[in-house]
Design a protein around this ligand. Structure first.
Ligand code: ARG
Ligand code: ZN
Length: 462
């Protein structure tokens, strides 16, 4: 009787966790198999923080086969009896903790790891995962391909927002958990592998070349890349000493060249507006990719599915401050990334012979009530399928223009710089942005944000 009641109770998560902890002896419990984000409940994991990823990939374009090892240095944030990593597809052959083989199991996109002994809260440990197979991209709720996206010739476009990191490495894949990265990729001679940050080393032996990349600033897993192609490479330093590394598919080289030549100017211009460029490297990856249809602000080195236009370059570069250095706490707040990057385009255009930002606002406002723009509020997309819809981008930019109109240029640009500066390498949410805006401007702004950020449909007046 007692046993049966206990069993029934064990079905509740809290008691199950307590019982699991009790059996470990030290009150240790499993880490949650989610970061708790309602838009992507499968993404991310609780109970530990990944300090550093060291990812070694061996890739063969002809067979699409990947042979890989990931070494994660993590810190337990609770007494941990087991924990999960995000991994989609691929075959795991072993998992080691601090060098010792441990038990693991797969279920859906979760790789569950059970150490021999519970890991006490605060303990730093390394998890080494050996895995292989032919990676497969995932389809996002909006229907787009995400993750390790292979092209006909075996080249790979790797862009993982919001959930594609799990298609190529085991990760705690939510922007709440940011880490440094070392990515080494071995490919046949003649192929080039490009990741984030700086190229540390490049060596060839037995017909294969290894590229060692290092990203030293904290990075969300979705911003990691390891893109592979027969690229034309260009590397140089800007006047201020920032190393730029561009990798371009030959089919896009001619169209891309004049736009990529503006990278130093765009970074210098945005640095004046938003504060110092946050990272120690820059550049671009330009592919000739089919079935993608978007660019991504991969940290330090945005990736483009074709030669970008200048507005797209301005947009992805602005994300280095807004989205990459200052990350989201939850996907619902996506306008903090997309609205800001879109507003950077508005500012660029206004200062380079285009319409003023006030004109842009007025033109958008003139769109009829049935337009996509008014489909849902920028600050509350409602569901994961909407996060890359028009409102977070375009209405997000409108919100910033309304804010600027209200508080004046001086306060407005102080707000943008403080947002990027105070939260550099960290996180922010919408409530914190509103609080900062009110503090710097000295005004009550709740009705402005209620109408422009959270209002349903088209506001009654401009
Ligand atoms: N953040 C990217 C940009 O606007 C868009 C990524 C779209 N990704 C997707 N899976 N639909 O710069
Ligand atoms: Zn964007």
């Amino acid at each position: 009787m007692i046993a049966r009641r206990l069993l029934a109770l064990a079905a509740t998560p809290v008691l199950a966790a307590l019982l699991a902890g009790a059996s470990q002896g030290g009150g240790a419990t499993p880490g949650a198999p989610t970061a708790g984000d309602p838009y992507f409940p499968q993404s991310g994991d609780g109970g530990y923080h990944v300090v550093q990823y060291r990812i070694g990939l061996g890739y063969t374009p002809a067979s699409r086969h990947l042979d890989a090892t990931a070494v994660l240095t993590s810190r337990a944030t609770q007494n941990l009896s087991s924990f999960d990593l995000d991994l989609s597809g691929l075959t795991v052959s072993s998992v080691r903790i601090d060098g010792r083989a441990v038990a693991f199991s797969r279920s859906g996109v979760k790789l569950k790891v059970t150490p021999a002994h519970a890991l006490p809260k605060g303990r730093t440990f390394t998890t080494t995962i050996t895995y292989a197979g032919v990676p497969k991209d995932v389809t996002d709720p909006d229907g787009s391909a995400d993750g390790w996206i292979v092209q006909k010739d075996g080249s790979v476009f790797v862009a993982s927002e919001p959930q594609g990191a799990m298609t190529w490495f085991p990760s705690n894949s939510h922007p709440l958990d940011k880490s440094t990265y070392q990515v080494s990729v071995t490919v046949p001679d003649g192929w080039t592998a490009v990741s984030n940050g700086r190229l540390q080393n490049r060596r060839s032996s037995h017909g294969r070349t290894t590229f060692d990349w290092r990203e030293t600033s904290p990075m969300a897993a979705y911003l990691a890349t390891a893109s592979i192609g027969k690229f034309q490479v260009q590397s140089y330093r800007t006047a201020s000493g920032l190393p730029v590394y561009n990798a371009v598919d030959p089919a896009e080289a001619k169209a891309a060249a004049p736009v990529l030549a503006r990278i130093p100017a765009v970074i210098a211009w945005e640095s004046k507006l938003f504060g110092p460029y946050p990272f120690d490297a820059a550049g671009a990856i330009v592919e000739h990719a089919h079935g993608v249809g978007y660019a991504l602000e991969t940290q330090t080195r945005p990736i483009y599915d074709r030669a970008p236009d200048l507005d797209t370059l301005v947009h992805e570069t602005a994300h280095q401050w807004f989205g990459d250095s200052v990350s989201l706490d939850r996907w619902k707040d996506i306008w903090l990334n997309e609205g800001f990057a879109t507003y950077a385009e508005w500012l660029w255009d206004a200062q380079h012979g285009g319409p003023s930002t006030a004109q842009r606002l007025a033109t958008d406002y003139a769109l009829p009530a049935g337009n996509d723009l008014w489909a849902f509020p920028a600050g509350d997309p409602g569901e994961a399928a909407n996060i890359f819809g028009t409102p977070p981008y375009e209405r997000g930019a409108m919100v910033l223009e309304k804010l600027r109109e209200r508080v004046g240029d001086r306060a407005f640009f102080t707000i943008l710089r403080s947002w990027a500066g105070d939260r550099r390498y960290g996180h922010g949410d919408t409530a914190q942005f509103i609080a900062l805006s009110e503090k710097i401007s000295g005004r009550k702004l709740d009705s402005l944000f209620a109408t422009w950020l959270y209002g349903q449909g088209k506001p009654a007046t401009l």
